[in-house]
Structure formats: structure tokens, C-alpha cells
Design a protein around this ligand. Sequence first.
Ligand code: P6P
Length: 332
Amino acid sequence: MHLTLSQFLSEARRAQGAPDACLQQLIETVADGCRTIAAQVNQGALGCTLGSAGQENVQGEIQQKLDLIANEILLEKAAASGALAAIASEEMAQIHLIPDGGAQRAYLLLCDPLDGSSNIDVNVSIGTIFSVLRCPRGEPLTERAFLQPGAQQAAAGYAVYGPQTLFVLTTGEGVHGFTLDRGTGLWRLTHPALRIPEQTHEYAINASNTRHWYAPVQRYIDELMAGKDGVRQKDFNMRWIASMVGDVHRILMRGGIFMYPSDRRAPLRPGKLRLMYEASPIAWLVEQAGGAATNGYQRILELVPGQLHERVAVFLGSRQEVERVTHYHHAV
Ligand code: P6P
């Protein structure tokens, strides 16, 4: 019988002494929020979740109704968590302090409540991404408390709302996937110890941006497209879901490389994806599964954020491919 998420975390705590009770409770709270979001996603046109909310987020992007609904669900669950001092979200310009956030006030939560919003109305996989940091002691609780490198995360993961609904988690002891049992509402362990193959024949990038790419990316993609007739001497396949969670889940399941580089469209913008609540949690999952994750030059987990919503270039997945494209960046 498949362990439930709670049984799995309790056993991990008994065996490894981690996660602590506070962190376990927070993880279960986030998973409960994802279950509630999944129910809203599954409503589709029968609910009030489709379409635009008619306002922009801090990124200047039009918010979908489900973006706001998912954000509210996580805020509500987090407020009741008791382990959380504050939460930051793609959908909120400022951090949100949890009123009397539990005696422990031990953790900070960051999230992209609904990743892949352009796919909501067309029924393509979307997801929720979350990252947990320890709350620094002895300093005022401001945005600055969140500005920690990804290597300091205490937990990270995502939920993917697709043909199956999965919750994928790391607390530093590997990557484990739990499938939502709709009959009971329980998350059940179905994908223990996920590993990313070092090699792959599959890559993910938005190829409509080809004319904007800088030389290292151009060189890397040209070689992939040359296939067995070129220097790589094998053919490659391309996938692009436009939901990072969807592409990353495929890579965790069978390998691949996901790329969102900076490009000439916005020379001063390091990339499209956000460091703290998209790239860092996913980078930790990928590294914990044996893969690699860089911004083209250094490990994403080493980057020290300068501000909450900063963006970053992303190359992550099968280690040999990430190392190759990163080498090309250094070779320029
Ligand atoms: P594009 C979704 O908006 C997102 O942040 C990621 O989930 C996804 O990988 C990327 O943007 C898609 O970007 O430019 O292809 O629409």
C-alpha cells in the first residue's frame, strides 16, 4: 500500500531526524492547499476560475482568475499553519506577514501559486511551485529576511495539475512524488527517489525566440538541431509546454534539458523566470535528483537574491547537457 505524505514525512523524521515537526506541518499545509487548488482547476468552465482577472501582477502580467484564487488558498492555509512567519508570492508585490505567525515563526514560504497561467483556459498542465526558507532570528521580518540563496532552502517542490495530480517534494533527502488519490483526498507515495538520467535526447526551449538568442545558446541549439549529421552525432526531440512545472516534471520522469535564457529582447533583464519562487525550488529538486541547474554561468542555488521578484536565466535538467551549454557560455 502506498504511504501517505504524512506517513512518509513521519517515517523520515523518525529515521533521519528531519524534517522537524514544524516543517512537516508546513509541508502538509502546502500540500493541502495544492489539493484545494487542484479541485478548483478541475472545475474548469463549471467553476468561476477561467479567464482574466482584469488586473496586472507585480511582473506587469495580466492575472488570471485562477492566479488570484490559488494565491488566496495558499494565504489562507498558510495563516492557519502556525509554523510560518511570512509568505511571498509572485502575485503579491510585498511580503505578507502572518498575524501572530505561530510561536515558532520558524519558516518563510515563497510560491508561484499558479505557474503556466496561459494554459489554464486551454486545459494544458499547470502547477504550483513552493520554496521554504528558515526565518532568520534576531532581525526585523522584512523582504530582506527572504533574500537567501537557494542552497539554504529547507523544503521545495511543486504540484502539477495534469492528467494525474502529483505533489513532488524535496527536503534534502532526494526527490519524492505523491499522487493525489481523488477517492480519499490523500497524497500517496508513487514515485520514490526520482532520478534524472545524465544523458538525454530531449530539450525544451521556446524556439520562437531563436533570432533573439545570444551566441552560446545559438551554438548549443544549432548542434542539437543538426542531429546525427552534426557534432552531437545523435538526433534530438523538442518539447515546450509553456508551463515550467509541466516541462520539469517530464524531465524528472525521463530526463531532458529545460532552458529559458536571457536574450536580446531585454538586454538588461537576466531572463524571464523568477529566481526565488520558480528557479531556486526547481533547481534544488533537479540537483537532488542528480541533475544540474545553472544560469549559464553558475549554480542557481549559489545566487544571492538582490530583490524578491528578480529574474534569472535558467538551464536545468540532465547533467551532461547542462554542463555542455554552461561550458559554451564560459567559452565566449
Ligand atoms: P513563454 C509561465 O508563464 C512561465 O513562467 C513558465 O512556467 C514557462 O516555462 C514560461 O513562462 C513560458 O514562457 O515565453 O514560452 O510563454
